[in-house]
Design a protein. Sequence first.
Length: 175
Amino acid sequence: MGMYDSVEVSASGLSAERLAMDVIANNLANANTTRTPEGGAFKRQLVVFQQKQDDASAAKATNYGPSATAANTTDDGGIDMDSFGIDTDLFGPDLNKSRAGVQVVGITQDTGPDRLVYDPGHPDADAQGYVHMPNVDVVKEMVDMMSAQRAYEANVTAIQESRNMGNAAQSLLKS
């Protein structure tokens, strides 16, 4: 593995963690959404990571959850981020093309039960007066956000160190 390969691995981690932070932010933004276009309360979303595979293995990759369907995959077995409303320009070219690092294979919905809150005056209350609230735990989301942030920072540090090693090697070659 060369210097550029290590940067590529870290760059894939940056892209994946950025998407994870976007999904967590979406979960937090919808922590009190009781009515969605699909009907019912918002369901917490989770990002599924996988080690990048070669082309033969990627063709056999399994899609995860109801959100990652054949319609959401690209020809190379990656996820079509546009189908999730994600601007792929933010992640750079060839997001799923590399053979080293990590890739996002899907965004799934947490199947955990809704939180039930007694509020008979709420417009979405059922016959017993309970409102089905999203299964989003704000504290857990914040912990997940901090974990993604630390992983992002670790990948940035790895890229910086690769650059420093390259500069040191150039300095040695010049002398």
